[in-house]
Write a protein that binds this ligand. Structure first.
Ligand SMILES: *[C@@H]1O[C@H](CO)[C@@H](O)[C@H](O)[C@H]1NC(C)=O
Ligand SMILES: *[C@@H]1O[C@H](CO)[C@@H](O)[C@H](O)[C@H]1NC(C)=O
Ligand SMILES: *[C@@H]1O[C@H](CO)[C@@H](O)[C@H](O)[C@H]1NC(C)=O
Ligand SMILES: *[C@@H]1O[C@H](CO)[C@@H](O)[C@H](O)[C@H]1NC(C)=O
Length: 388
């Protein structure tokens, strides 16, 4: 009896340690907000759309959307659940949490900390399989959400903090602390938790797995950073450059560069483009450097931009072809898809979603490593599961 019991627990542990989860990612246009959908509630379940934010510490949802949930309960001040959230507050014995609104930097969102079940799907790396529930999911319920696109009900925390959604899931289910994003340029993409392998045809789990390149990931109070040590345009390094701490963001639509880095990149890109017969045209706000789209061959075929990143074996490169480096603003005009962030931005480089989409991006907390695939477009595939 004792042995049987031990064996079944042991088997369950092995199974759960290999489990992985998959949630959809939808890109909302024209706001370019990327959100996932999961069910909140125990008996009555409500599907909610939540913005994916790598910098938010605790998931927050509109209290209005939670009214129908009979199983929702508040968290008392001083309780284990409340004390587990760094920076928690208290009001009339209700645990509170205040954090910045990722969409409106000058505004804070304050909410009561609440708990209910969250349900989502297991996966074999490619398909949605069966529903599982995190029985006690801790998040906050707030009023007056501003800046969210109409279909959105709140913000899902993907931060490295202990209260984030992936950390709550991976610690409760005892699976590897890892998340992966495949942001779609349209339609539905993929958000993996505890991912072990990926099946995105033609990539499979055995003969043709997705190849990934890695670089150290630094976890700080604002989320995730990597270090860019050089930038190349068609193989030529930008001359003014040192190591730059670089933030990864699902909130920023186009990579933001400190002015001198932006200028060096734009100047080098323009020279290489002109050598390809692509001429400069008047800029179209918010972009500063635009080109005659009629000179650009399909691809779009423009100079290649690469970020040089440190790794144990030496420098590795993250390459961006036209689909991720330029944006077509009209039939006539294509612009360099980067923003000039001014002379004194908080972060010198923030990599945004136009550059991140259609790559498989893996954030591994267990090894503090960030890994990225080639652009999936180079392999005749992409992050979208549906058609346009
Ligand atoms: C927002 O909340 C933080 C604490 O999370 C606090 O330090 C800051 O002063 C607040 N800002 C505003 C504008 O209320
Ligand atoms: C994928 O590969 C892993 C490790 O080789 C294996 O454990 C797993 O069963 C495979 N899954 C599928 C769906 O092929
Ligand atoms: C997230 O939590 C950490 C402490 O755990 C804190 O330093 C940081 O300011 C918080 N970030 C936000 C955006 O609230
Ligand atoms: C994305 O991939 C799907 C197949 O998974 C394909 O039907 C679609 O045409 C592709 N879209 C682009 C823009 O490459």
């Amino acid at each position: 009896m004792g042995t049987l019991c031990f064996l079944s627990i042991f088997t369950a542990m092995i199974l759960s340690s290999q489990a992985q989860y998959l949630l959809p990612i939808t890109k909302h246009e024209p706001t370019k907000q990327f959100y996932t959908t999961l069910d909140i509630g125990t008996t009555v379940k409500s599907p909610l759309n939540l913005l994916l934010d790598l910098g938010t510490n605790l998931t927050w949802l509109s209290c209005y959307k939670l009214q129908s949930l009979t199983s929702l309960h508040t968290v008392a001040c001083g309780s284990v659940s409340c004390e587990a959230i760094p920076g928690n507050g208290c009001n009339e014995n209700s645990c509170l949490y205040q954090q910045p609104n990722p969409l409106i930097s000058s505004q804070n969102v304050t909410g009561r900390v609440v708990q209910d079940a969250a349900s989502f799907s297991t996966t074999d790396g490619g398909n949605f399989l069966s529903q599982v529930s995190l029985r006690i999911f801790t998040f906050s319920c707030a009023y007056g959400l501003q800046g969210l696109a109409p279909p959105l009900d709140g913000v899902l925390s993907l931060s490295p903090g202990t209260s984030s959604f992936p950390i709550q899931v991976t610690s409760e289910f005892e699976v590897i602390a890892k998340l992966a994003l495949c942001l779609p340029s349209y339609g539905t993409g993929r958000f993996y938790v505890a991912s072990a392998y990926y099946i995105i045809p033609p990539f499979d789990n055995s003969t043709n797995p997705i190849q990934k390149t890695s670089t150290p990931m630094v976890i700080d109070s604002g989320g995730y950073q990597i270090s860019i040590q050089s930038i190349y345009v068609d193989g030529t390094p930008l001359t003014i450059f040192g190591k730059v701490a670089t933030r990864l963001s699902t909130m920023v639509p186009y990579t933001v560069l400190k002015t001198d880095i932006y200028n060096a990149l734009a100047q080098s890109f323009t020279l290489k483009a002109e050598a390809m017969g692509i001429s400069k045209v008047a800029s179209v706000a918010p972009f500063k450097d635009c080109f005659d789209a009629r000179n650009i061959a399909t691809g779009p075929d423009v100079p290649k931009i690469e970020f040089g990143l440190p790794w144990k074996t030496g420098e590795v490169k993250w390459g961006f072809n036209g689909a991720n480096s330029v944006v077509e603003v009209s039939e006539m005009v294509t612009c360099l898809a980067f923003y000039d962030g001014g002379q004194y931005p908080e972060d010198w480089i923030v990599i945004g979603t136009h550059q991140l989409q259609n790559y498989l991006l893996e954030f591994d907390f267990s090894t503090s490593t960030f890994s990225f695939s080639d652009s999936l477009l180079l392999h005749d595939t992409n992050c979208s599961t549906g058609t346009s």
